[in-house]
Design a protein around this ligand. Structure first.
Ligand SMILES: [Zn+2]
Length: 388
């Protein structure tokens, strides 16, 4: 059973969806979908276009040079035998926002990610159907974050079992259900106050980026129907192998980003879908209460030990090889190095969070919002050092 948590709002555009859902056995409540405008959503990230495929990947025989679909905000390309990657470019729209993909065997297929909107999930399902008609075994949310799960309702409405780490349902409810009942002004108040109280221009800019991100999160949560996984994966029972017919995927759990992270490996082809444990060419999002910097860096060290020809589909950013893992590790190293100097010099944590300077080599790395990326990384590192 897929649980739908509906908002008490409804628009005319939702009626046909509701009618469809009524005929489906898994719909417990009336199926309410509010049509939404995501125009402002992706404005939080700096509008830096997604880089093209790296030269090494352009000659990788696994990776098809022509996408099978290109919508601007996302494109889907073949990256292996029965393997496809959906790569988002948030600078061109927020329908999908995160990356995903699908795996197609002789007997069945698996979809990856619920994306930021049900339109994103629909695009992926439609694209799958252009290459295969096999039954879909399930759709996996690699973790609970809204940009990977707000489109889940599409899978629910289409009878696709929704897989995720066992804690995902609870985290979605805890994190996003309250936003659907929240008073916008009351919720944004503290963030507006931080902008007003900023002690410097830098701090003001950072606080403004956070306010923008929170405003947009509020809009997305309020225009989405929350749909929860009905196929929970107990991390203690991972890894598990999934046989899709001539194609075996392995689901593994690693800590670091959200406390609910699951990756999909295809060992025969050295392809790994990492979810947000890898941000490729982006500053990593570290705000989650379960995000732990040292543990995440350990996970990345493990990824670095995977085969040298591994192809990674990150949660955000372009498809990459081991150079993508090296690059996010360098970002963490740089934040840690700058923060540690400040720590030793006695700079307080809340000040250090704003003092980090983006070096030239990372100047094209989008920063989703300062208080979701660099700020909490510095703060969490301080806590780790203080605990030593
Ligand atoms: Zn995430």
């Amino acid at each position: 059973m897929i649980d739908f948590i509906s908002t008490d709002r409804e628009t005319t555009g939702a009626r046909s969806d509701r009618r469809t859902a009524r005929s489906l056995p898994f719909s417990r409540r009336s199926f309410l979908v509010k049509t939404s405008c995501f125009g402002a959503f992706y404005a939080a990230a700096k509008l830096i276009p997604l880089p093209a495929l790296a030269a090494e990947l352009a000659s990788d025989s696994r990776v098809s040079q022509m996408p099978i679909v290109d919508k601007g905000f996302a494109s889907v390309r073949k990256i292996g035998n029965g393997l496809y990657a959906t790569i988002s470019d948030p600078s061109r729209g927020g329908t999908t926002y995160c990356n995903g993909g699908f795996l197609v065997g002789k007997d069945s297929a698996m979809l990856l990610e619920g994306f930021a909107t049900s339109g994103g999930a629909a695009l992926q399902m439609e694209t799958l159907r252009t290459v295969s008609q096999v039954p879909v075994k399930g759709a996996l949310d690699t973790h609970y974050h809204f940009d990977h799960s707000m489109g889940n309702a599409f899978y629910g409405a289409n009878g696709v079992p929704l897989w995720a780490h066992a804690s995902v349902a609870e985290r979605i409810i805890e994190s996003y259900a309250p936003l659907q009942r929240a008073d916008k002004a009351a919720m944004l108040g503290p963030f507006e106050k931080r902008v007003q109280d900023a002690k410097s221009d830098t701090e003001r800019q950072h606080s403004q980026s956070d306010l923008k991100a929170i405003t947009e999160l509020f809009q997305v949560a309020n225009s989405s129907l929350l749909a929860l996984p009905n196929h929970p994966l107990d991390p203690a029972k991972l890894p598990i192998s999934i046989d899709l017919g001539g194609l075996t995927a392995v689901l593994e759990s690693y800590p670091g980003h959200s406390g609910t992270d699951i990756i999909v490996r295809v060992p025969d082809q050295n392809v790994v879908y990492t979810g947000d444990l890898l941000f490729s060419g982006f500053y990593p999002v570290c705000f989650d209460e379960k995000a732990t910097i040292s543990v995440w860096r350990d996970t990345l060290k493990k990824f670095a030990s995977f085969d040298k020809d591994t192809l990674f589909v990150p949660g955000h950013g372009q498809i990459c090889g081991q150079e993508g893992i090296a690059s996010i590790r360098e970002v963490f190293d740089d934040i840690a190095e700058q923060a540690h100097k400040m720590y030793q010099a006695g700079v307080p944590a809340d000040e250090a969070q704003h003092r980090y300077a983006v070096p030239d080599k990372f100047k094209n790395f989008p920063i989703y919002a300062w208080g979701f990326t660099i700020g909490p990384t510095v703060a969490k590192l301080y806590v780790e050092w203080q605990a030593k």
